[in-house]
Design a protein around this ligand. Sequence first.
Ligand code: SAM
Length: 216
Amino acid sequence: MAQLLSKSLDQYTEDFTSPEMEVLAQLNRETHLKIAAPVMLSGHLQGAFLQMVSHMIKPRNILEIGTYTGYSAICLAQGMQKNGHLQTIDINEELEDICFSYFCKAGLEGKIIQHIGNALEIIPALNETFDLVFIDADKQNYHLYYDLVIDKVPVGGYILADNVLYDGEVVLPEEEQSKNARAIHLFNEKVRQDKRVEHMLLPLRDGIMLMRKTGV
Ligand SMILES: C[S@@+](CC[C@H](N)C(=O)[O-])C[C@H]1O[C@@H](n2cnc3c(N)ncnc32)[C@H](O)[C@@H]1O
């Protein structure tokens, strides 16, 4: 992942961010020890950001696309209303148990609903609205996830999408971009053209697109 700040500034930023909750620190460690591709986990700084956003929005219903080991789901659930719930989707059934055990450790059993399967098939079957959506699955399908969720988000609701700088590759000439970076760039372009959302690209970690729905 591209280093947006120097190593020492990265460290300073973490030092002046509230410490990782113990359950998240444990999950972070276990993911790095036992699970493939731990770079996918949001981590301390981005997790703290998601937590803060959730506390600011106080969402009732949250949708997450791309659970992995559940780190971001636990962060996003922190600011959720008492009667709310978070639905999270992942295609990898091998991750179901580790997620569930950490959702329980975090006291979120019954609050987080796990779906195992292809998000492209699961999202259309979810008959509810979401005040907050976090898109963090396969990059080629970001544009489709956006199309599938936009009508499920009320005006005033938020959509966040992770990895929108794609390791800095989005600024390379098209012929030098990987397929994923190209897909992410086209997704960013789609968001820029969409009059239904106000948006900002936050250069945190690998880039987060923040979108607020302003019209239908
Ligand atoms: C970057 S990881 C998610 C990280 C997690 N949100 C976090 O911050 O800890 C992406 C996840 O998307 C899942 N995924 C990929 N394609 C998918 C699909 N079509 N439907 C659902 N999940 C998918 C992968 O199995 C992987 O666990």
